[in-house]
Design a binder for this molecule. Structure first.
Ligand code: ASP
Length: 354
């Protein structure tokens, strides 16, 4: 009754303001979400000077393009870098990982969205999946179309990512790459198209979920099986793809120029020719750790062949079998596993089998 007495002394407009303010005070505060921006097509527009698209939009401009975010979360923007993701380095990802872990310690922060170029988003997300200590949600997101083109996919991807962070359906998932409504686990996702908005795929095990008209649908459960610390210095690890007629000289040169580890994308089920097999022996004699993956998209390494350079022979020599990790993700894992195990091959092999 009292409130109506008060309202009588005000005009209708003043009364509405008081009621709205009271509602605001009683309402649950929106969850805090940090959007950490790093560049990529999602932040790109045409530069007259370059005659091509480059990342230029600031973090605040990215968020401004998605006004719907204000109804879902209290957004804080941190601009980390503004790069085409072909310029990303493991050292930058290490910095992002440490920063994100620090942000996630804050009680008012529900999760973090990282905007990233799509060329190396699958690697960056995997780096964070392996190294983050926090279990709060972290969603990587990018765009296949520039920020200012009429059909830009960035705003809708950012909206999905924030919705995912705030959704109870998304609990317990590892770091994801969420693109075109599909929620991909960082350790599975690969880029499969250079310009179509449906550019990412999770392979035969499928994606974790889908965001249907703004609602997170959960298809798969998966939590990270292990974590590795961010080392002070990341070892140099090279990634080489072999091919018919490879004379092994690139592999030898990687050894001679100081690589501590080498990931080889073999052919088929994980095989190399005799010249490359000799170069692998050379690497191992110099204590360089060698991981064998396959350039084939599905099926992974199966060490069954017994010719010189066949997978079975390489496995017997102590070459680490990379399972079904694509070469670029195997490289990230090896960079983190070498310092943690001090180069113990048996220990490193276990990480590749999990
Ligand atoms: N070249 C861009 C990048 O990776 C591609 C993209 O973001 O879609 O930064």
């Amino acid at each position: 009754m009292k409130i109506f007495n008060v309202v009588r002394h005000f005009n209708y407009f003043q009364a509405m303001i008081i009621l709205l303010q009271a509602g605001y005070l009683l309402a649950e505060p929106l969850p805090g979400v940090v959007i950490l921006t790093t560049g990529g097509t999602i932040a790109s527009k045409y530069s007259v000077e370059r005659g091509a698209v480059i990342p230029q939009l600031t973090g605040s401009e990215l968020v401004k393009a998605v006004p719907q975010l204000a109804d879902i979360a209290s957004i804080k923007v941190i601009e980390h870098v503004n790069l085409d993701s072909s310029h990303m380095t493991p050292e930058i990802w290490a910095g992002i990982s440490l920063k994100v872990d620090k942000i996630l310690q804050r009680e008012d922060i529900k999760g973090v969205v990282v905007t990233h170029g799509t060329d190396t988003i699958a690697e960056g997300a995997y780096f964070l999946e392996l190294t983050l200590k926090s279990n709060k949600p972290v969603v990587f997101v990018g765009a296949m179309r520039g920020a200012l083109v009429p059909s830009a996919d960035g705003p809708s991807n950012i909206l999905d990512a924030v919705r995912q962070v705030c959704s109870s359906e998304a609990k317990g998932w590892p770091v994801t790459v969420t693109m075109n409504h599909h929620i991909h686990a960082a350790n599975r996702v690969v880029k499969v198209h250079t310009h179509n908005v449906q550019a990412f795929n999770s392979g035969k095990k499928g994606c974790l979920g889908y965001i249907s008209m703004g609602k997170v649908e959960r298809y798969n459960n998966r939590s990270s099986e292990f974590k590795l610390p961010v080392p002070k210095v990341l070892p140099r690890v090279e990634l080489l793809k072999t091919f018919a007629g490879d004379d092994g000289s690139l592999l030898r040169s990687a050894v001679d120029s100081g690589a501590k580890g080498i990931v080889i994308e073999g052919v088929g089920a994980g095989n190399v020719n005799p010249s490359v097999a000799d170069a692998i022996d050379y690497a191992m004699q110099k204590q360089v750790i060698v991981v064998l993956c396959t350039a084939v998209h599905s099926g992974g390494v199966i060490p069954v062949y017994g010719e010189a350079g066949g997978g079975a022979i390489l496995a017997r020599k102590g070459v680490i079998m990379g399972g079904d990790l694509p070469g670029e993700k195997a490289r990230i894992l090896l960079m983190l596993a070498i310092p943690e195990t001090r180069g113990n091959v048996n220990e490193i092999q276990k990480y590749f089998l999990i």
